[in-house]
Structures are given as structure tokens and as C-alpha cells.
Design a protein around this ligand. Sequence first.
Ligand SMILES: Cc1cc2nc3c(=O)[nH]c(=O)nc-3n(C[C@H](O)[C@H](O)[C@H](O)COP(=O)(O)OP(=O)(O)OC[C@H]3O[C@@H](n4cnc5c(N)ncnc54)[C@H](O)[C@@H]3O)c2cc1C
Length: 462
Amino acid sequence: MEPQLIAELRAIVGASRVLVDPRECEPFGRDWTTFWQARPGAVVLPGSTDQVQQVVQLANRRRLAIVPSGGRTGLSGGAMACNGELVLALDRMDRIIDVDPVAETLTCQAGAITRTVQEEAARHNLMYPVDFASSGSSRIGGNIATNAGGIKVIRYGDTRHWVRGLKVVTGAGEQLDLNRGLVKNNSGYDLRHLFIASEGTLGIICEATLALTRPPRGLGVMVLSVADFAALPEVLHRFKAALTLTAFEFFSHRAMAAVTERTGNGSPFADETPFYALVEFERGGDADERDALAAFEDCVADHGVRDGVLAQSQTQAANLWALRENITESLSPRAPYKSDLSVPIAAMPAFVRDIEALMANRFAGLEVVWFGHLGDGNIHLNVLKPDDWTTDRFAGVCASLGQSVAERVEAFGGSISAEHGIGLLKKDTLHFSRSPGEIELMKQIKRIFDPEGIMNPGKIFD
Ligand SMILES: Cc1cc2nc3c(=O)[nH]c(=O)nc-3n(C[C@H](O)[C@H](O)[C@H](O)COP(=O)(O)OP(=O)(O)OC[C@H]3O[C@@H](n4cnc5c(N)ncnc54)[C@H](O)[C@@H]3O)c2cc1C
């Protein structure tokens, strides 16, 4: 990047807040994906919304592409800077600004770590319920920019449900205070929602006011072993009828084996079954536990459940959750192709059968690992890279696989991205989930917020 530009950036944020050494910049220019090489031109670390605004205004004057970067835990390549872009990293803007226990809101800078927000809410006997395995490193701005979901969506909804207000700097360099943290505000279009799931293509989210809620009095956790994936929707139905569920997750035996191999902790079951379900429910008293056991017995009798474990302590509950929460990390050494898909819950068994047939017929030899948020109709398809394949060869095959899977998703009435976003990974298949009219409107909206096209160019669509 030209020295004059670096000098101008340094004048805004301070000399040490602009990185130019490629080795220092590289980690800021990537996320968890493995198909692309990060090559950022420079990294800028602003400390305030005003500094973000000045950087964006400078980028507009110089037609400089910006890639916003949060915790860099994204799984769709949205935070990848591969073409000499300026990475605008929110790492320094990580402050909790205020907790309002009456309004039950928390206001923070966009770089606040998700876990920090959860812990701050808990200090006020409140809860920020959006949670997932990367909460210890993902940042609120990244969660909002991807509308992150996670393990509690069945009870609490995704990030969108919890965003009361946003302070943003648009791609044009204008500061906007969207919805001002209000509960009720029917004064025209709610622009806040355009920034949720915008993947950094409209502007920079600088501050967020998040709604909080009361935590449940207690939680029960069970893991069930299941003979056949086809049984799972009915098991979900039975448990939903009996209890207030806060999570209903599933994983295949291969997924659990990856975790037990990595952690050294054994399986809770003597016998292996192809699938397992993790059920978490609100446990106000013993009656809830009795209801859970009754649902379990019904499912053993009628719905293909073979065995079950009910946590008797918080440690046991954490150990059961670890079986699910450690899957992504345990698979990551195999550089998997990851696709997060949603289809109607009732269609999930037929969809899984269909994709398994596709894999056997056209991609034989590639190993598939299934897990996901069954209660939300959300399936994570993971295909492991064979050890002796290059990344390029694997990426090529996965591009073709991605097209075929997207065709099947469309046929089943689903979405090619349930929660990770489109980024670079899925932009070639966006048309399987959004109509030409919708895509054109999205492009027009981007032009309004970002007339020079500097914000995360090439992500979501070209
Ligand atoms: C182990 C693991 C488990 C995961 N589990 C889940 C899960 O269950 N559910 C789920 O939804 N996701 C999950 N993810 C994906 C990921 O953690 C989420 O998408 C997360 O919200 C991304 O946040 P981040 O701060 O890391 O964003 P980044 O990866 O840094 O960025 C993501 C996107 O947001 C943009 N962006 C970041 N910050 C801003 C900002 N301030 N303003 C504008 N744009 C911005 C980036 O340009 C990029 O397009 C998981 C990831 C891992 C590694």
C-alpha cells in the first residue's frame, strides 16, 4: 500500500495502530476457512467510531477496499482479505459501555467478545442468550454482521432478535444511530435490520445495544443415542411437547468420535449408534426431570432411541455439552468443507438420505460428518479433506459438490446458509436461495449505502 496512504491512516489512528508487515497483517486478513490465502495490504485498528468514520471517508477518497474484521471465527470467508484490501479490525473497540437493568439492555462497542457480553449480563442476573462454540473469540459486530445463530435458537432466536440498536458508519462514511435502543419505533423503514447479516458489505457496525433476558432457574441436559436419523424429528416432537427446550442438537457417531479422539474423554454410551441428540431443557424442579424421563421412555418404546444419559451435576452437563461443542474444533485439522444448510425439520431425514446418495454416487471416497441444530432445521454438512489431496484439488471438487448440494437444498425448500452467511464460500450458489429480483435489490441497496463499492467487495455477490 502506498506510503502516503499509510501516513494518512496513521494520522487518524496513531502510528502503532496501522500494520504493514505482511506477516503481522496476515492473521488479521483471514477467518476459519482454508480455501483462500490472506493477502491484506494493511491493517488498521481504530479505537473509536469517529476514527472508523475518518478511515472510511479516507477510503472513499482513495477508492480503497475495506474488509471489516471481528473475531475472525467466520466459516464462509466473509472476513478474508485476499486482494491487498485494508483490513479494519475492531479488536480495540471491545468495551462494554453500559448495562441498563431496568430496560434489560447492554450497550457495547462492536469489538466486544461474545463471552464477555454474556458474563457482563450474568453479573446483573441477566442473560445474553445467543451462544455457540466460538463465543470465546467471536465479537458482537461479527455476530451481527452474520446474524449468528447457535445452540439456543430453538428457545431464544438468532442474533437479530436481540439487536435493539446499532451505531454504524456506512460505506459512504456517514454515522447513523439506528433505532436508538428503543423497543417501539414505527417511524418508517427499520434500517438496523439491513445491517444484520450484511457481512460487512454496507458499512461498519461500531456499537450495539443488545436486549437481555432473565436466565432460566435451572437446566437439564440429556444425550440420547438414536438408531436412525429418521427418528429424530419425532423425538424432537415428543420432547417439545413435554418440556421447554433450550437446545436440541444432533451429531453423527463420526462427529462424536472426532471429539473423543481429540479430548481423550470416552463416549457416554457402551454401544455405538449412528446418531446422537443432545437435549437441553428448562428445569424448574423435579417435575421437569420426571417429564424428561417419561419422554425418554416413550422414545425408547416408539421412536428409535436406544439409550440415554441425564446429567446429574453441572460438571456432567458440561461434559455432555463438550461432545457437541468441540466438534468444529476437532474436525478442523482435516480442513473440512463446511456447509450450513437449513431445510424444513420434517424434510431433514429425506434430505440427509438424498445427500448421502449424492456423495456415494458422485463423490465416493469423501468422508462426511453430520451435526447441527436439529431443532432449527439446521444441518452442518462437513466433508473432510483427504490427507493426500492438495487444498486446490479439494476446493475444486467442493465447488462442484456445493452446486449439487445447493440444487438439492432448493428442491427441498431450504436455504444454502442457515447461519454462517454467504461470504466467498457460497456466492456462486446464492441464486439457489434468492431470486434474481431479490439479488438485484440487494445490489441496489448496497449501492445506496456504499456508492464507491469499497465495503468488503466480492462478498455475498460480485
Ligand atoms: C468453533 C466454531 C463454532 C461456530 N459455531 C457457530 C454457530 O453455532 N452458529 C453460528 O451462527 N456461527 C458459528 N460459527 C461461526 C462464527 O463464529 C460466527 O459467524 C460469528 O458470529 C462470527 O463472528 P466474528 O466476530 O468472528 O466475525 P468475523 O469472522 O471476523 O467476520 C464475519 C463477517 O462479519 C463481518 N464483520 C465483522 N465485524 C464487523 C463489523 N463490526 N461491522 C461490519 N461487518 C463486520 C466480516 O467482514 C465478515 O464478513 C462458529 C465458528 C467456529 C470457529
